[in-house]
Design a protein around this ligand. Structure first.
Ligand SMILES: [Mg+2]
Length: 216
């Protein structure tokens, strides 16, 4: 019974992008264009070079921004605002997901590598406003991104949550490794499963999964 595996959980931590909305919304396509444009303009390089730099930073540092800060001294605030200034018209409210989240006993938070203002816009567009006790972005981790353990530690310390009494829902398997190490229950939310020792559960339908956790 899956519910028994979560009976100790007091805090429910949700990633944002491609977790609280399906990847079919393709918001990341818009964000990626803006990130690439930003890198081209600010570093004075062409599109191919910008795309390969971004891929390289994503692998080495976790995000494009982390590499830009580390190697180019970029100011994160202007960057974060610009790359997330996108059209959310593809997002629709999800009442099924809203019911699933509302039914979870305990504290419910969002933790994203994007910024809090953007996360709050996305949460509202999905009809999930008012369901979360807190929303944290990369700015709350001193701009260290997931998957760095230090980023999770900073945000969780701010929130006051106990990882061994918490669950993490996330589409990027890399971002479940540190939570698992810290004692969290881990749920991979994605169309396809990824086999990894740090992933306890997989679902391609978050609303359905949460429905299984609701009290009978
Ligand atoms: Mg995500």
């Amino acid at each position: 019974m899956i519910r028994s595996r979560f009976s100790h959980v007091q805090t429910w931590v949700f990633d944002l992008d491609n977790t609280l909305y399906p990847p079919e919304a393709r918001l990341f396509d818009q964000i990626e264009v803006r990130m690439t444009d930003w890198v081209m303009r600010e570093l004075g390089i062409d599109r191919d070079a910008a795309n390969s730099l971004r891929r390289d930073y994503w692998h080495r540092f976790g995000t494009t921004l982390a590499g830009l800060m580390r190697l180019h001294g970029v100011d994160p605030s202007a960057y974060l605002y610009e790359v997330h200034d996108i059209d959310l018209g593809h997002l629709t409210p999800d009442p099924h997901l809203a019911r699933g989240i509302a039914a979870l006993p305990g504290r419910r938070i969002v933790y994203t590598n994007a910024s809090r203002p953007y996360a709050e816009r996305v949460v509202a567009a999905r009809g999930l406003a008012g369901l979360f006790d807190a929303v944290y972005g990369v700015e709350h981790a001193g701009f260290h991104p997931k998957p760095e353990r230090a980023a999770f530690e900073a945000v969780f310390a701010t929130d006051g949550l106990s990882p061994d009494r918490a669950a993490m829902f996330e589409d990027d398997p890399r971002n479940l490794a540190a939570p698992h190490e810290m004692g969290m229950r881990t749920v991979h939310v994605a169309p396809e499963p990824t086999e990894a020792p740090h992933i306890h559960h997989h679902t391609d339908d978050l609303a359905h999964f949460l429905g299984q956790l609701a009290a009978a």
